[in-house]
Write a protein that binds this ligand. Structure first.
Ligand code: UGA
Length: 436
């Protein structure tokens, strides 16, 4: 099947590459020429394990190409996956201008039947707006359908999530659209859930909001654990053993970041309130999450008292491990707070340093980017952990200790076993477990 993928951001690039790998003829398009040029040369503009390998494989096999000419991609494709970004506006609602712009372009280039599939995370009833926009702007009597096929891939495991999904949600309103999508996802037939379009759109927002709610719930309990003798890691383990609850997304710490959860939960709240419903539950989830930064900074202050002039090593900048993405990363807020207090920072991340240099430039006198964790620990009064990269759990702690002026660790992700690390001679502060 000839498929056009509009937008080669996170979702779009992985979708284009993934659909090509399923055996379809895919043309990816983006208005940013550099992204198109790079993708055409087999270079992914994001760090994602395995992505470049399968990008190059499918380019070489000739079933994947890229263009910045949207009209060409539309005209050459029978099916169009819309994967453009849907930024958040000041009031929490979603800015749909790119989706509208693409819909107008589709209308203008409608040279035969097309199935327009919305894949970006969008507010409920977006497909209805796409349909209306195409209908109002098309210049001929060509037929088209709209559908919703939300994406559930996680950054850091996006390729594997695409190729080994646990469900594929398809929201359709015609048999033709349904059969086309069944054909596209033939390999995953038993994983398909077919619904109407509004339902499919809501499943996506609901899933992300529910997961965010789990995280805020455990973080709320984490604060209670700190006031008592309970250990949040064990509480989560005990709860997770109940299959009705499940063990995943019960990791307490600095809270959720990234380009999805913070935005999606606000968007769903906004939609609910727009429809006259009380969505305070989700507002609380958001509030609890926002408070995590301050609670973490308080721990750092508790360990060092005055931060002015103190040297602090900062490990982990990406919003989660296995990605170079720093959008809504807790590290940005933590670093801002520490700099405001006058601390001197030595920072390290396995992948996200280049992106972070755009937020906190390299030549600033208060922030030094180091080549590894050991260099970040050199001469510091405390070492703080913000992202749980696997390599941090494997650090030689004796070597780290020798490099530090004061053996203090403040761990925002509970990477270490408290007893073990304290035996190595560290004063260890963590989340939801006994700290000094
Ligand atoms: C999330 C969803 O998991 C995907 O299913 C969805 O497709 C994607 O959003 C999207 O809408 O595009 P992602 O944002 O890549 O994926 O990352 P997650 O692995 O879900 O983590 C989100 C945040 O929650 C991270 O900051 C992570 O550190 C935090 N988190 C996660 C916790 O604080 N505790 C946990 O137990 C789990």
């Amino acid at each position: 099947m000839k498929i056009g993928v509009i937008g080669t951001g996170y979702v779009g690039l992985v979708t284009a590459v993934g659909l090509a790998d399923l055996g379809h003829q895919v043309i990816g398009t983006d208005m940013v020429k550099e992204k198109v040029d790079e993708a055409s040369r087999g270079i992914a503009h994001i760090y994602e394990p395995g992505l470049e390998e399968i990008l190059q494989k499918n380019l070489n096999q000739g079933n994947l190409s890229f263009t910045y000419k949207l009209d060409q991609a539309i005209r050459e494709s029978e099916v169009l996956f819309v994967c453009v970004n849907t930024p958040q506006r000041e009031d929490g609602s979603t800015d749909m201008c790119y989706v509208e712009g693409v819909s107008q372009q589709i209308a203008e280039n409608l040279n035969g039947y097309k199935l327009v599939v919305e894949k970006s995370t969008v507010p409920i009833q977006t497909s209805m707006w796409i349909k209306r926009t195409i209908t109002l702007n098309k210049k001929n009597s060509m037929d088209f359908d709209v559908a919703s096929n939300p994406e559930f891939l996680r950054e850091g495991s996006a390729v594997s999530d695409f190729l080994h999904p646990d469900r594929i949600i398809i929201g359709v309103e015609t048999e033709r659209a349904k059969n086309t999508l069944i054909e596209i996802y033939k390999k995953f037939e038993e994983l398909l859930l077919i619904t109407n379009i509004d339902t499919a759109e809501l499943i996506k927002h609901a899933s992300n909001s529910f997961l965010a709610m789990k995280i805020s719930f455990i973080n709320l309990l984490s604060d209670l654990c700190e006031k008592t003798d309970a250990d949040v890691e064990k509480v989560a383990q005990g709860m997770g053993l109940d299959p009705r609850i499940g063990a995943q997304f019960l990791k307490a710490g600095l809270g959720y970041g990234g380009s999805c959860f913070p935005k999606d939960i606000r968007a769903l709240t906004h939609i609910g309130e727009d429809m006259g419903l009380n969505f305070h539950l989700l507002k609380e989830v958001d509030r609890i999450n926002s408070e995590r930064i301050q609670k973490f900074v308080e721990k750092i202050k508790k360990s060092l008292w005055i931060l002015k002039g103190k040297k602090i090593g900062v490990l982990g900048l990406s919003f989660k491990p296995q990605t170079d993405d720093i959008r809504n990363a807790p590290s940005i807020e933590v670093i801002k707070e520490l700099l405001k207090e006058g601390a001197q920072l030595r920072v390290y991340d396995p992948q996200a340093m280049e992106n972070m240099k755009e937020v906190f430039p390299e030549n600033s006198p208060h922030i030094i980017y180091t080549k590894d964790s050991y260099e970040a620990a050199e001469g510091v009064n405390a070492l703080i952990f913000i992202t749980e990269w696997e390599e941090f759990a494997e650090l030689d702690l004796k070597k780290i200790r020798q490099k530090m002026v004061n053996p203090i660790i403040v761990d925002g992700r509970n990477i270490f076993e408290p007893q073990q690390i304290r035996e190595t001679g560290f004063e260890y502060y963590c989340m939801g477990r006994k700290s000094p």
